[in-house]
Design a protein around this ligand. Structure first.
Ligand code: DGT
Ligand code: CA
Ligand code: CA
Length: 576
């Protein structure tokens, strides 16, 4: 049974939730939350680290006790502490904490006052007007709860690309181990590198469908076999992720790959093109429209199908029906940015604010990843998490970086800051210290719920300060967690171009802020973007490839991303 880091993280998160509801010591709760985050962000599977005999208590936020618990999870797939907690508290209560306005205290109150243990019971109680009677609640909160429950019921569950990545790796390894399998591709939104995926669509190239299907349903992580045929099967994994498999012979493999990679909108466009040419395109190949059992004109590879339509190959990231077929026909497809184009990272935290590695350690990690420069962007005081740097703290850091740059080889540290944009649009640190920096990254971390006009004005006013360079994680969204804040992004992107400011594409897998659509819009406006890992410790830098995926989905070329250029070339751009 392979235990993934995501499994360990989700068990720790559940423990934290349930402890929280029980009213446990908040340091204990936080210890589990931090550990979940640490494990979730590790680039190497904890199971491998243990197999190599590594001491997990050397990881940030992991003490001996937690290291032992990780070992228990890796060995047994579960945690006895979680089982105990689930017996004491109804596990479904943890889901209720995801409803905005319902923290652990309120969930506990609902449990105690009304004996509620599930979202379904909560819904009935709210509909009956019983929730408003509970102390600390009211009619407004009752309505909010109802709205949220309704929205949650309608939403399909989606998974972060970064969460499914390790799952895909081990599933593909399992499938490839079978003799009858010649090739495996994970198609669908996963292959298009979409920020979240609804399910996995796996293709196996093989002439022996039944054997491959039988091997597929034996995968150890399978919880339920939904369907099992000769050439196709659907299963649900223990994490509740659904996986569809199709086994396809060589002659139609390219056609199936094209079809199941999608997007649906891209497929439909391409099929319309085929019809115009008197052809028929489906998941088996390209055929002449008039003869039903006629010969296959193309189908073994995607390339030969595009070629039949006189089109160059279109990479999966672009297949969203956002103009890629016209661009392909005109020969104007973008030459997309790649990970190797990146020269630096423009968003990094250290132990001087809420990061968990020193400036030196982050510099070393960046150099090890082939980067030439690294902007140190700790928080300013307004930010609620941990301590931010005040003016004196920042002055000290500036001097420290100057000294470090004299010592360091092969990497240049840039003096920078992630300074808060305050509610009135001013920046959270005085100009005289901000002026000493190489560049300034600015972001919103408070007053998220201003009316749209006020929020837009707030950022416009901030951009009016000539010290404003990069607007970090512009919409503040967190996938599956927090919607984008209300502001007029189109207007602000135009304002940034006018003022010589830039926007960030934040590479954290749960942010990926800007979205693909807004990346494409930025390119149209001639607005350059800064790719930022927003790394809080060494392997946080491994978020960069997710940012590159998103940039590619947004049609960005190397020239559209500031940090594909050497520092000497972009430095003048930050001097407005
Ligand atoms: P997801 O799973 O929601 O993240 O998104 P996809 O794109 O992976 O969609 P999914 O899993 O429903 O289907 C996989 C691919 O199969 C999809 O991208 C295109 C193709 N496909 C599915 N249904 C249709 C359809 O009704 N017509 C056409 N032309 N293609 C379809
Ligand atoms: Ca899918
Ligand atoms: Ca599917």
């Amino acid at each position: 049974m392979p235990v993934h880091n995501a499994d360990v993280a989700s068990i720790f998160d559940e423990v934290a939730d349930l402890l929280d509801i029980e009213g446990a010591n908040r340091f204990r709760v936080r210890a589990y939350r931090n550990a979940a985050r640490t494990i979730g962000q590790l680039s190497q599977p904890v199971a491998d680290l243990l197999a190599e005999g590594k001491d997990l208590s050397e990881l940030p936020d992991i003490g001996d006790d937690l290291a032992g618990k990780i070992e228990e999870i890796v060995e047994t797939g579960t945690l006895s502490l979680l089982d105990e907690l689930e017996q004491q508290t109804a596990p479904a209560l943890a889901d209720l904490m995801r409803i905005p306005g319902l923290g652990p205290k309120r969930v506990r109150a609902l449990h105690e006052a009304l004996g509620l243990t599930s979202a379904e019971e909560l819904k009935r109680a709210a509909e009956a007007g019983r929730v408003r009677e509970v102390e600390g609640f009211g009619e407004k909160l009752e309505q909010t709860i109802l709205d949220r429950l309704e929205a949650a019921g309608a939403e399909e569950r989606r998974w972060l690309l970064a969460t499914v990545e390790p799952v895909v790796e081990s599933l593909v390894a399992h499938l490839e181990a079978h003799d009858a399998v010649e090739q495996i591709d994970v198609a669908g939104s996963y292959r298009r590198r979409k920020e979240t995926v609804g399910d996995l669509d796996v293709l196996a190239l093989s002439d022996d469908g039944p054997a491959v299907v039988a091997h597929f349903v034996e995968y150890e992580d399978v919880d339920e076999v939904v369907q099992q045929g000769d050439t196709r099967s659907s299963v649900v994994l223990r994490s509740e992720l659904q996986v569809d498999l199709r086994v396809v012979p060589p002659a139609s493999y390219g056609a199936a790959l094209l079809y199941f990679t999608g997007s649906k909108a891209h497929n439909i466009r391409l099929r319309d093109r085929a019809i115009e040419d008197g052809l028929k395109l489906n998941e088996y190949g390209v055929f002449r429209a008039e003869d039903d059992d006629g010969e296959r004109m193309a189908g073994a590879t995607e390339e030969e199908i595009y070629d039949l339509f006189d089109l160059p190959y279109i990479v999966p990231e672009l297949r969203e029906d956002r103009g890629e077929l016209d661009a392909a026909a005109d020969g104007t497809l973008p030459d997309l940015v790649t990970r190797d184009d990146l020269r630096g990272n423009l968003h990094t935290h250290t132990t001087d604010s809420d990061g968990r590695a020193s400036i030196e350690a982050m510099a070393e990690a960046a150099r090890a990843r082939g980067l030439d420069y690294l902007a140190i962007t700790d928080h300013s005081p307004n930010v609620a998490v941990a301590q931010g740097l005040d003016a004196d703290g920042l002055r000290e850091q500036i001097d420290a970086i100057d000294r470090l740059n004299d010592e360091l080889d092969g990497i240049r540290l840039l003096k920078s800051i992630e300074v808060d944009i305050l509610k009135d649009g001013s920046l959270d640190l005085p100009d005289d210290v901000l002026e000493r920096l190489d560049l300034r990254v600015c972001a919103i971390h408070s007053s998220f719920d201003l009316p749209e006009d006020d929020q837009t004005e707030r950022v416009l006013r901030a951009m009016d300060n000539p010290l404003f360079n990069i607007w970090a994680h512009p919409t503040g969204r967190r996938l599956n967690e927090r919607p984008p804040i209300a502001l007029d992004l189109d207007r602000l992107m135009e304002a940034a171009v006018e003022r010589g400011c830039f926007l960030e594409l934040n590479a954290q897998p749960e942010r990926l802020d800007l979205s693909d659509v807004y990346c494409q819009r930025a390119k149209e406006l001639g607005l350059k973007l800064a790719l930022g890992a927003d790394a809080h410790w060494e392997s946080g830098l491994d978020a960069l490839p997710y940012g590159i995926d998103q940039a590619r989905r947004g049609w960005l070329e190397a020239d559209d991303v500031l940090n594909t250029r050497p520092w000497s070339e972009i430095a003048p751009l930050f001097d407005r």
